[in-house]
Every structure is written in C-alpha cells, then in structure tokens.
Design a binder for this molecule. Structure first.
Ligand code: NAD
Length: 330
C-alpha cells in the first residue's frame, strides 16, 4: 500500500488540500494518507522558530510521496528556512518538473535543475559599490537532471527535448551544462534534441508555444521560463509542480497561500488537484492520474462550476465536487 503524506500548509491550503484528499480517497482507496504539519500556522501553534520540524521531515521521508499545500515564509533576516527549501534539501529533490497544459494553447513539460546555479546563494558585497554572485554548475548535477528529462521524454513518448542555455555568453557554466546534456541526449536517439538560447526561447514561447515539448534547463532560467509558461496557460491557479529525487518526491501547486482570499472558500483547487495527478503518475497509478487530469481540464476549459478567478461563481468545494462527479460518471 502506497503511503502519501500531505501538508495543508497555510491560507487557502486549508481549503484546497482537504477537497483534494477527499477526491483521492475515492479515486485511489489503496493509498494511505497521512497528515504532516508544517508552515506558518504550525510555527505559530508551536511557538518555535521553525516552519517544519524534525519529526515531520522524518515522516515525509518515510512516505512514498508528499502532497504539499502552499506555505508562508515570514520575511526578515532571522526568519526560518521555507518549507519547500527545507524539504528539497532534506529529501535531495534535484529535479523540478512543471507540466504546462491547456488545450489548444500549450503542452510543455519544463524540467529544471533544482539545487545549483545562482540559487546556491553564494554572494558577496566586496565593497560598498560592488556585489558579486557565484554561479555553480556541476557535471554531476547537469547529468542527473538531463538523465531525468530524457528518461521521462522517452517513457512518455514525448518527441523532442529543447536544451535551453546561453553558452555563447556563459561559456564555462552554461558550456558545462550544454555539453553534459548533449552527452546524455546521444544515449536517447528516439528523442529529438534541439538547443536554444534562453532569450530566443522566451520569445519563441510567447509566439509559438506549441513548438515546445520538453524543456531542459538550469535553475535560474527554469524559474523565469516557468512563470512565462504559467502566463501562457492563463492562470497561476492551474499549474502543478513536482520536486523529484532519487528516493523521494514532493508535489505542489505553484501558487502561494493567497492570503487575500483565504477563508472565503473561493480558491481554485485545480493546481493542487493537477499536482495530485502528477503524484499518481509518479506512484504508478497512471489510469487514475489520467482520469483526474482529464476531468480537471474539462471542468476548467468548459468553465462549468469554476471559481471566480476563472470567471465563475462556484466555491472551492463545488468545483472539486464537479471534478469528482466527472470522474465517477465516466
Ligand atoms: P500567491 O500565489 O499566494 O497569490 C498571488 C495572487 O494569485 C493573489 O491574488 C491570489 O489571490 C491569487 N491566487 C493564488 N492562488 C490562487 C488560487 N488557487 N485560486 C485563486 N486565486 C489564487 O502569491 P503571493 O501573494 O506572492 O504569496 C502569498 C504567500 O504565499 C507568501 O507568504 C509566499 O511566501 C507564499 N508562497 C508559497 C509558495 C509555496 O508554498 N510553494 C509559493 C509562492 C508563494
């Protein structure tokens, strides 16, 4: 029996996560769901200066996957490390995978390296007027993310991987990433490979998103391009994300805790439900994953019983019930 840990998190997390778990319990009764406490509400409750405790990390590590609601990180230099960063580091989740799907518009899976690059945070203020940052790219890091992207493309019968870099300017860092990715690409002749500079990719994504299939890129470029893709989809509320490691995996929606609408019961649950579909794929429940994804996209595109962000007047619960009804009616 698969074990899934779930974190409600903060704000709208208390609304969108429970309705998702209700759907999952009906769709995949063979999964055991275990609540894990983390986030700002947890920190306030315990009075400790941590957003996720050791016990929760151990519980997460003991599960086959974690479904995470949005969590808030208080600002300020003495604030604790965010739940996402803590989980990524503790569970070594090196691959960030974001499918952007909207019928007739876009169908791209963006695979982003999750641990290196400028996000290492190695920065110095060397004088009052000069700050420098260090960009770290390793062969090992590039290799495992490229292997993940090509393995996934091959398994999912995706026709093409686009390697995105700027090796003409960042000759060493992007150069190493590029050469490592191309080495891995040569092992997957069934998948077409193309290369593109990040600036061209940004323009091409806007003009012709359908030409992309799987994108493989570094941490910083991936971060920016994934928000561009979310813009093409049309709503941040519709985009899921997976964080994958050798042994562990964590799934979430890309939006935050939306404090402006929290408690009103009108948050769009589609992002976290689509994240749950990704999780089911990862756990091998591919039939149920497809049912969940298809039903969600149908409700979203037909705009029947959708939340106000999509132009409707349904509540979170009503939209989730409509998705479940579509699955059960099939
Ligand atoms: P946000 O994504 O929470 O909200 C941005 C806008 O999108 C708001 O107007 C909000 O109402 C709307 N929105 C977001 N999700 C929605 C949904 N499911 N349905 C309908 N509307 C939705 O971003 P923010 O306001 O910048 O951040 C709020 C908090 O969330 C911050 O504390 C931030 O740290 C946290 N955050 C967490 C994560 C995460 O846990 N992965 C990601 C981003 C932000």
């Amino acid at each position: 029996m698969a074990k899934v840990g779930y974190i409600e998190g903060d704000g709208i997390g208390h609304e969108i996560v429970p309705v998702t778990i209700e759907i999952l319990e009906k769709l995949v009764p063979q999964i055991e769901f275990i609540p894990i406490e983390a986030g700002l509400d947890y920190m306030k409750k315990t009075g400790k200066n941590i957003l996720i405790g050791e016990e929760a990390l151990e519980l997460a590590a003991s599960c086959d996957a974690v479904l995470k609601g949005p969590t808030e990180t208080p600002p300020g230099p003495r604030s604790p490390k965010s739940v996402v960063v803590t989980l990524r580091q503790a569970l070594d989740l090196y691959a960030n995978v974001r499918p952007f799907q909207y019928p007739e518009k876009i169908d791209v899976i963006l695979v982003r390296e999750n641990t290196e690059d400028l996000y290492k945070g190695i920065e110095y203020r060397i004088s009052r007027g000069v700050a420098i940052g260090v960009r770290v790219i390793t062969r090992e890091g590039s290799q495992r993310i490229a292997e993940y992207a090509y393995e996934m493309a091959s398994r999912m019968k995706r026709r093409k991987v686009t390697i995105i870099h700027k090796a003409t300017v960042m000759k060493e860092t992007c150069g190493l990433f590029r050469e490592t990715c191309l080495e891995i690409a040569s092992l997957y002749p069934e998948v077409e490979t193309e290369e593109m500079h990040v600036d061209t990719a940004a323009m091409e994504l806007v003009l012709n998103p359908k030409r992309f299939n799987v994108i493989l890129t570094t941490n910083m470029f991936g971060d920016i391009l994934s928000d561009l893709c979310a813009g093409i989809v049309g709503s941040i509320g519709l985009c899921p994300s997976a964080n994958i490691g050798e042994k562990h995996a964590m799934f979430e929606a890309i939006h935050g805790s939306a404090p402006d609408i929290a408690g009103k019961g009108i948050a769009n649950p589609a992002g976290i439900i689509l994240a749950a579909a990704l999780m089911l794929d990862h756990l091998g429940y591919t039939t149920q994953a497809k049912k969940l994804r298809d039903a969600t996209l149908k409700v979203v595109t037909e705009k029947v019983k959708v939340t106000p962000d999509l132009g409707g007047n349904a509540t979170t619960k009503e939209m989730a019930e409509e998705i479940l009804r579509r699955i059960m009616d099939e």
